[in-house]
Ligand binder design. Sequence first.
Ligand code: NAD
Length: 262
Amino acid sequence: MGFLAGKKLLITGVLSNRSIAYGIAKACKAQGAELAFSYVGERFKDRITEFAADFDSKLIFDCDVGDDAQIAKLFTDLSAHWPTFDGFVHSIGFAPREAIAGNFLDGLTRENFKIAHDISAYSFPAMAKAALPYLNDKAALLTLTYLGAERIIPNYNTMGLAKASLEASVRYLAEAVGPKGIRVNGISAGPIKTLAASGIKDFGKLLHTVADASPIRRNVTIEDVGNVAAFLLSDLAGGVTAEITYVDGGYSQTMGVTTDLA
Ligand code: NAD
């Protein structure tokens, strides 16, 4: 029996088997959790149905987090199957391509700013607000963030602003729901080649730089992130909330340059 036995968790953001959310689902399932999934876009329904089946789940829900009505519907629909549940993973991010390439100011428009913040930051506390009536005591909420929230990472640009907001929301949300026994955390993952990441200009270069400079001399995997996520979602992490946990091979503690200088 794993440390998530008896827990019912909603996982958002599985788009491929390279998605960070897929790694999280794998680890949570291995620890005994029951899973439900949300995705966006009717055209992905068959694919997500198959992914859910990999995890013995038939619970999949189409939800565009850019729409409050769809967020509300997600949780009312879920409650028809699970009257209450134990938490969710927010593994969702989006910014228009020109907002994550080149000079920050070239890609900066009011519209790009709004979209990046709406989908990547607002959606996390908005989902928490809608889920609240259905969350059990000791529920745990988790989101995914990136070092570009606090450091200048080439090309991350407007997404860095959105992630900074997301990280602040982890703290304020933790305070808002903490008295109900609910915990809120973020994982700051190192770069991983996923569909979302491939939208960031020169992402391949970033992967190399980070692998070279990280104390563990490699990039992290969705399994590395998944295992930490499973822990944070479990009662083992009962004393951990309002935190950003780094799963980045130690890169955030370096100067960002390779240590193996000739
Ligand atoms: P991914 O492309 O596999 O997942 C991104 C998900 O966001 C997709 O499932 C997509 O459908 C979903 N999404 C986008 N717009 C949406 C909307 N309007 N409504 C609902 N869902 C929407 O990529 P990923 O790298 O696994 O990204 C997951 C999270 O991890 C993101 O928040 C990303 O910023 C974060 N992250 C990624 C990395 C990385 O290097 N890959 C590093 C740190 C943090």
